[in-house]
Design a protein around this ligand. Structure first.
Ligand code: ZN
Ligand code: MN
Length: 497
């Protein structure tokens, strides 16, 4: 469907994303203040982060290490030499009058992140990363947050928090692809332990640059680039991009021939009206009067340090998906579901799969039972009451025919909701194996009571056996459906002789 839409629309969507993530450090980028979220305003500040004259910044080593981790995992080059620059602008939440950032010599550049191609589940698409650099966050302006007061307040607790700014090339071709990129990036940073990427708390923020390349008889014409801000969820990013595509296409159709001289602009996403509105025309980087920060020494990075970081990355989502597929024989869809839940769930799954010896069966139980239960309660797998080895034992009983999958689900339900052991849950449900003698007697009763079905089966229409199984289960929920089927068919065949 999307392919058709792309072919019918005479334009290509061009999206590039700038993502700011807060790094998981205890202290700020250039001072020792705590980065803890949610503390009373202006309680986590010092002369350095509130910009007192004469105070001197010192780089947080841990922040640089985390940034390197992310950059290496994003396949970036790590230059041997990197420096700090002042980005000068005035805003009430920036008391220094400049942000310490990196301009022409960022700590990393030229990487890529692979995402699933939305048109085909099996193929991958590489989104190139232009650069990732370190900088400090500004404070927070709170407007009219106290009822009845039309004032603004400044909280500088966040000022100086380490940020990694990850800038993609304009390689994204649809709003859905933008969302897929963000989802994969967040997952990667979570696995690395570099950032918690919590959008509600502002530890991941997205700005999007978007325009259209329109096919015209005179060649391709680009609509002016719009930077969209103020998107508070990945879904909001997708919706804002969809809105901008429509808006820019409408604008181009109305005034296309004049768009050549329109400068870049910044628009804000409004969640209430689900629209973007113009904020200001976009400043150029020269407007910021970048210059090297004279208070900070440049950083040199050795090859050995980069290799050390590379060795510390651990298994990353892309490799993990492949390993799960190869080791446990599950589909790319299933490995994606499991890996996207995070490392703890994957560990639970692999323990279960190893213990029960069947990766596909283990994947079904995790997805249909464990994840559903956790999802309904908004809990993590650490809170799941049944350990993988115990669940494996339960699955083993189902596989050996002690009882069926549906009964196994009931057993698990008693275990997780009633806190029962496996044996007690089985006893509580009155599950006991039905021996063959009892089964034969039951089947004989059913055959005697259903001469019509017996006649049909003898005419070569075995479908009716399903009804017999249903009746058998009603009579005794512990019977094994497969065994009932076998016995019924055997016994009917004997009548024939
Ligand atoms: Zn400070
Ligand atoms: Mn930035």
């Amino acid at each position: 469907m999307r392919v058709f839409a792309l072919m019918s629309a005479p334009y290509t969507i061009i999206i590039g994303l700038e993502v700011h993530v807060q790094l998981l450090t205890e202290s700020k980028m250039f001072c020792g203040c705590s980065t803890k979220f949610g503390q009373s305003p202006n309680t986590q500040t010092c002369p350095v982060c509130i910009g007192m004259p004469g105070s001197l910044p010192v780089m947080n080593r841990r922040a640089f290490e985390l940034a390197m981790k992310a950059a290496v995992a994003l396949n970036c080059e790590i230059p041997k030499f990197t420096k700090w620059d002042r980005k000068n602008y005035y805003y009430p939440d920036l008391p220094k009058g400049y942000q310490i950032s990196q301009f022409d010599l960022p700590m990393s550049r030229d990487g890529w992140l692979e995402i699933s191609n939305e048109d085909s589940n099996s193929s991958k698409k590489r989104i190139r990363i232009l650069r990732a650099h370190l900088e400090e966050d500004a404070g927070k302006s709170m407007h009219d947050e106290v009822a009845g007061k039309a004032d603004s307040r400044i909280d500088l607790n966040r000022a100086g928090t380490p940020l990694l700014e990850i800038v993609s090339q304009p390689d994204l071709r649809s709003p859905a692809e933008a969302k897929a990129y963000l989802t994969e990036l967040k997952l990667l940073l979570n696995y690395l332990g570099v950032s918690d990427c919590n959008m509600q708390e502002g530890s991941l923020r997205v700005d999007a640059n978007i325009n259209l390349h329109v096919d015209t008889p005179k060649g391709v014409v680009a609509t002016p680039i719009v930077e969209v801000k103020n998107m508070n969820s990945f879904r909001a990013v997708e919706r804002a991009m969809t809105f901008e595509v429509d808006r820019q296409w409408r604008e181009w159709q109305e005034t296309g021939h004049r768009l050549g001289d329109v400068p870049k602009s910044t628009r804000g996403w409004d969640e209430g009206s689900q629209t973007t509105h113009e904020q200001r025309s976009k400043e150029e980087s020269s407007d910021y009067r970048y210059f090297p920060d004279p208070d900070l020494v440049p950083v040199t990075v050795t090859e050995a340090e980069v290799e050390q970081v590379r060795a510390s990355l651990g298994e990353l989502p892309a490799a993990l998906r492949v390993r799960l597929e190869q080791t446990y024989g599950i589909t790319p869809y299933d490995s994606d579901v499991l890996v996207n839940q995070g490392r703890a769930l994957v560990d639970y799954y692999t323990e279960l799969a190893d213990a029960c010896g069947d990766g596909k069966v283990a994947s079904n139980w995790v997805q249909q039972d464990v994840l559903r239960w956790l999802g309904e309660r908004q809990l993590g797998v650490q809170q799941y009451p049944v350990q993988p080895n115990v669940l494996a034992e339960l699955i083993g009983k189902v596989r050996s025919g002690a009882f069926e999958t549906s009964r196994g689900r009931e057993v698990l339900g008693v275990m997780v909701d009633g806190g029962q052991s496996l044996a007690k849950a089985i006893a509580a449900l009155g599950i006991q194996a039905v021996d063959d003698t009892a089964l034969v007697a039951l089947c004989q009763e059913l055959l005697d009571a259903n001469p019509k079905i017996v006649a049909e089966v003898r005419e070569g229409k075995p479908k009716g056996v399903g009804a017999l199984i249903g009746q058998a289960k009603k009579a005794n929920p512990n019977v094994n459906a497969n065994r009932v089927r076998e016995l019924c068919l055997e016994m009917i065949a004997k009548i024939g002789k």
